[in-house]
Ligand binder design. Sequence first.
Ligand SMILES: C[S@@+](CC[C@H](N)C(=O)[O-])C[C@H]1O[C@@H](n2cnc3c(N)ncnc32)[C@H](O)[C@@H]1O
Length: 363
Amino acid sequence: MDHDKVMEFLGRVTADMGATGSAGLAVIGNRLGLYRALAQGPATPEQFAERTGCHPRYLTEWLRNQAAGGYVGYDAATGEFFLTEEQAFCLADPNGPNVSAAFLAGLGYLRAEPQITEAFRTGAGVAWHEHHEDVFIGCDAFYRPGYVAELVPNWIPALDGVDAKLTAGGRVADLGCGLGSSAVLIAQAYPRTTVVGVDPHAESIELARKKAAEAGVGDRVGFEVATAQTFTGTDYDLVTMFDALHDMGDPLGAARRVRDALAPEGRGCWSSRTPPTTWRTTSTRSAGCTTRAPRSCACRTGSPNPAATRWARRPVRPRSVSWSLRPASAASAAPRRQRSTWSTRSGRELLRRRSGLRPAAGG
Ligand SMILES: C[S@@+](CC[C@H](N)C(=O)[O-])C[C@H]1O[C@@H](n2cnc3c(N)ncnc32)[C@H](O)[C@@H]1O
């Protein structure tokens, strides 16, 4: 046995163990609003305790852990902890990458570990509704910024005639809507349009109803507790599925129902993190758009890498929605097709470095 290789391997394991513990501290930062509080300005642990109302002893450990992990800065001369502009953008801005919400969802998934372990034995599934509510809340908080950045500015305008139709007044169904962020964004952007959010998870729909009401669009965003295969209604101008298709047990059934539900000139569009293995049609794979006419829409998809798919979708006019997806390693081969719509240069630059993707010129 090679002693050096053992030590190298144990080093990796130790780093992973540290990261696992730190994930819990990121969740605590998310729940208690610590990142947002630190974004207000540098603070010693005592000052931070005053600012947050939390106990200084715990905050000291939290701040040290976050500084050691590079999530927070530390000035040894003043004893103050702080967030750089980039850290604040990623951790404290609800419209930034909101990465602490990803930890909330990630640890939330692990709360179902006993059921998942049992599923390994039985082969049975673990349904979405069996997860802890942190999964639903974390997913919504983590995915929403991507919808804010892309849905109305890019994805909808990339679909033939849809922007004009929704501006004049149309009907939209958002399937697998979860907590309803995408449905609300569409309703806010198109005041003459009505939206129906569909999801089989009743608790998510309840939260979605509240969000729509709080956003002031409760009169134009309705919700239905149903699956994408069974939802009611026809003649929709747009049917969407965001980050949900891969969670549906029967994606092909969902796609069929979408096509039946579309108006003659209607469009369907979806995004999905991983290519559903059961779904193969002539014109589409895991991400793209559809119309009632088969083969009328060319869609391209590439990487199943979630980091790449999350931030690098770029719709292309006129007849297709094309997600120029590439794993980070392939980005340098074709740097010009990716674009991000983050509102700050520093945010875009940071995403470029993290994902290996390059924004298009001027993007
Ligand atoms: C990852 S969440 C995405 C939620 C939301 N679209 C978002 O982006 O935040 C996946 C959603 O798909 C829903 N879902 C699972 N199976 C479904 C089905 N057969 N039909 C419709 N929605 C389904 C789940 O209840 C869950 O809300």
